[in-house]
Design a binder for this molecule. Structure first.
Ligand code: C2E
Ligand code: MG
Ligand code: MG
Length: 758
């Protein structure tokens, strides 16, 4: 039951852990998607930025070329023919990037090094310029032959010159190799994430970077290239149409389409200012992003994995710590440290569950304690006494099934749930016997007796607390002196409990109304046959005149603490009476003893209060005797001895009451300075039929005498008993034979008149 309860909690923790983990995985996935989108967006933005930069660098180069070419043209127009070579050289020296030459209207080419050649560049010029005179400078990219004789792409700039004299046209041409244009810094980013090319209005690819073929295809025309692959991807055709419409209109733009590889391809095209309808085309696909993202994802994944592992470790730690904490809490919550068994908390839960799950099984609730356990504790020490408690739990397991359980509630109190089958009584007897044997094994020879209150659980019963309470009522109904120490909860017991409640509800007012009366019972000297004292015994005379005996209310007052008030009231009444008698001088004042309970004596103010009483009533202290029982010394013996010594210092006589009634030990006579030993009625009764009792009594009387302690035997009812006791050396007795407890006035009249002898 307990485990199931704990497991439920454990499952909640596990579910929470898994839930958290799932949340983490979802968050991480969304996070990665975000990274991808951000990357794509950033890449597009970065691409645009880099494109603009590259375009600006390219255009400024073209613009510089135009200026230098125009400068040459202007000077040639104004200068003499013989100056042409020098002008070209100056321009060339100024800017190493370009070489300049001049093609005259007569198709003679002038070079910067001073060479002049006919028709040398006319063909090229034709291609570039189409012999059509144009006023504008124009740049074109076109193949040319370099100094090493290799055909390479050139950026040509052509500036038209009108010769002043003839009005005919000539052209200054500047040329620079652009094969490595895309290798320049400004194109680094673009060529890294994609590829670049320069196309003219008909889509001819004039210049391309090394990765271009991979990106676009091997074709020499961009349009053809796209067209060829238009069936392999998606959206290529419409992208091409858009480009084809835009470029002739000299408009830039961008398109996207899905390439055959499935990758998203992004193409942007930009008019290059200063050229004759040349466009810079940049293309990239998200495959490159994938590579980058994979790197980031790998990093994220590793970080995520690290976090998961960490979380796992933390969870595991919390789990095991939780398990340990759970064990400790469970221990505290459900286990009993003294017996190693379970506790009441556990019992209540488990018993409720057992009853619920076994509706057809008749159960009994036991509520028991060990008789005189205090004495066991005192006499054998805590360790052995604890051993007895443990035996009660351990032995239970041997006689009862798994659906029956027993736990210790506190001190020597236990509760058990047992099945009411045919063997229930036998099993209880066997259990009890076994506990006794176990106790003897550990050195406790005092007989173990359990006082068991039982409650038969009915079908409708649900509340475990009530069941335990009922069993407890049955237990409390036994004083411990009964023959049988097993009692079933019954209506009678409940009625008794009601009586207790009733007594408790009126005791206070009864005390203030003076309903508690002091009765006196004579103590008799059987050697000289005369009265020698009296014992004060309380009687409760109710409103209606009925008398209640101490046995009906003293145990109740002892358990609820009211005895403290009653005993002090008795003591005070006695002091007052003695004072009055002394004043009267009419009566002989015999010593009177009064019973004082432990709960009163243990009060730290007790001795001081007694002293005050004595002073107030000018009591003849030596005439007052205080009776206490041995149980007074069960706890805090040292403290009790202090009180006793202080009392004796006041001059009070101290009697030990009921010696031999329970578990009296002779050692108490050694430890406590008693003046009188009152031997219990039970001993006196037994002298009639038990020889051993006579021997023991004889020894006790001898022992007391030799210790200087007065002996008085209680409960003497017959002349035979008087004779027997006299023979044993007993000199004083108390009993019905000489007088029952009676009102003070009766006692005085009967035994204390000065003029009469008794
Ligand atoms: P106890 O102190 O041992 O008092 C003696 C009891 O024995 C008295 O019972 C008395 O009536 C009874 N008794 C005396 N002679 C005989 C006899 O020959 N035969 C029989 N069968 N009984 C005899 P009681 O008055 O009923 O008191 C019972 C117990 O209640 C007392 O026993 C004492 O322990 C307690 N008690 C009585 N009055 C007080 C009191 O004021 N304060 C306290 N704390 N306890 C009291
Ligand atoms: Mg007494
Ligand atoms: Mg007594």
């Amino acid at each position: 039951m307990r485990n199931r309860h704990f497991m439920e909690n454990k499952n909640y923790v596990l579910a929470a852990g898994v839930f958290l983990l799932v949340i983490c995985i979802i968050t991480l996935s969304l996070h990665v998607l975000d990274i991808y989108n951000i990357f794509y967006k950033n890449a597009c933005e970065a691409l645009e930025g880099h494109t603009e930069t590259a375009l600006a660098v390219l255009e400024s180069r073209i613009s510089r070329q135009r200026e230098a070419t125009a400068w040459c043209g202007e000077n040639i127009m104004q200068g003499a023919e013989s100056d042409i070579g020098a002008i070209l050289k100056e321009a060339t020296d100024d800017n190493e990037l370009y070489e300049y030459f001049y093609v005259s209207p007569t198709e003679i080419t002038y070079y910067a090094n001073g060479n002049i050649r006919k028709n040398d560049n006319y063909e090229k010029l034709n291609q570039i310029y189409g012999f059509e005179y144009k006023n504008n400078f124009v740049s074109v990219i076109q193949e040319g032959v370099n100094k090493e004789g290799d055909t390479v792409p050139y950026l040509y700039g052509v500036y038209p010159v009108r010769v002043e004299d003839s009005g005919e046209k000539g052209y200054v041409i500047s040329a620079s190799e652009v094969e490595n244009l895309f290798g320049e810094d400004s194109f680094n980013y673009l060529t890294e994430i994609g590829s670049c090319c320069i196309v003219n209005r008909t889509g001819d690819i004039l210049l391309k970077d090394s990765g271009f073929a991979k990106e676009i295809g091997p074709e020499a025309n961009f349009y053809v290239s796209m067209e060829n692959r238009s069936n392999q991807g998606r959206g290529i055709k419409s992208a091409l149409t858009k480009i084809k419409t835009a470029i002739p209109n000299e408009a830039g733009g961008s398109v996207t389409y899905k390439a055959a590889s499935g990758e998203e391809t992004y193409v942007s095209y930009h008019r290059i200012d200063g050229t004759r309808e040349h466009f810079l085309v940049i293309s990239f696909n998200d495959g490159i992003l994938d590579d980058m993202i994979h790197a980031v994802m790998l990093r994220s994944f590793l970080v995520g994995l690290g976090v998961f592992i960490l979380m796992g470790i933390i969870l595991l730690t919390i789990w095991t710590k939780g398990e340990n904490a759970g064990n400790i809490i469970r221990k505290l919550a459900y286990e009993d440290e003294v017996t190693g068994g379970k506790n009441l908390n556990y019992f209540k839960r488990a018993a409720a569950e057992i009853i619920r799950e076994n509706k057809e099984v008749p159960f009994i609730m036991y509520r028991f304690d060990i008789l005189n356990f205090r004495y066991i504790n005192e006499a054998y020490g805590h360790k052995k006494a604890d051993g007895v408690l443990t035996a009660c739990i351990e032995e239970f397991k041997h006689f009862y099934s798994k659906n029956e359980l027993c736990v210790r509630i506190n001190s020597d109190h236990f509760v058990a749930l047992v099945i009411n089958d045919l063997s229930v009584n036998q099993r209880y007897q066997n259990y009890l016997k076994s506990v006794g044997e176990k106790a003897r094994e550990i050195g406790v020879r005092y007989p173990i007796r359990l006082r068991v209150g039982m409650y038969q659980i009915h079908k409708g019963d649900r509340d475990i607390d009530i069941m335990i309470d009922h069993a407890n009522v049955a237990r409390k109904s036994m004083t411990g002196n009964e023959k049988s120490l097993e009692s079933f909860y019954s209506d009678r017991i409940m009625a008794d409990m009601k009586k207790v409640n009733e007594i408790e509800s009126v005791m206070q007012s009864a005390l203030s109304k003076g309903e508690f009366k002091v009765y006196l019972q004579p103590k008799w000297d059987i050697v000289n046959d005369c009265v020698v004292g009296a014992e004060a015994l309380v009687r409760w005379i109710r409103d209606d005149g009925s008398m209640v005996y101490p046995s009906d209310f003293i145990p109740i007052f002892e358990s609820n603490g009211f005895i403290e008030k009653l005993d002090f009231y008795m003591l005070e009444t006695l002091c007052e009476t003695m004072h009055r008698l002394e004043e009267l001088d009419e009566y002989i004042l015999y010593p009177i003893s009064v019973n004082q309970s432990r709960i009163l004596i243990i009060n730290p103010d007790y001795v001081r209060n007694v002293e005050k009483l004595f002073k107030r009533y000018e009591t003849a202290v030596e005439k007052l005797e205080i009776e206490i029982t041995e149980t007074v010394f069960f706890d805090e013996k040292e403290k009790m001895l202090d009180v006793i010594n202080n009392l004796k210092a006041l001059g009070v006589t101290l009697s030990m009451d009921d010696f031999g009634s329970g578990y009296s030990s002779l050692s108490i006579l050694k430890d406590v300075p008693f003046d009188v030993l009152k031997i219990d009625r039970g001993f006196v009764t037994e002298t009639a039929n038990s020889n051993s009792s006579i021997i023991i009594l004889q020894k006790i009387i001898d022992l007391a005498k030799s210790l200087g302690i007065d002996v008085i035997c209680e409960g003497v009812e017959t002349i035979e008993q008087v004779d027997n006791l006299r023979k044993l050396g007993c000199e004083k007795v108390q009993g019905y034979y000489f007088g029952k407890p009676m009102p003070i006035e009766d006692f005085l009249e009967k035994f204390c008149r000065r003029d009469e002898e008794y």
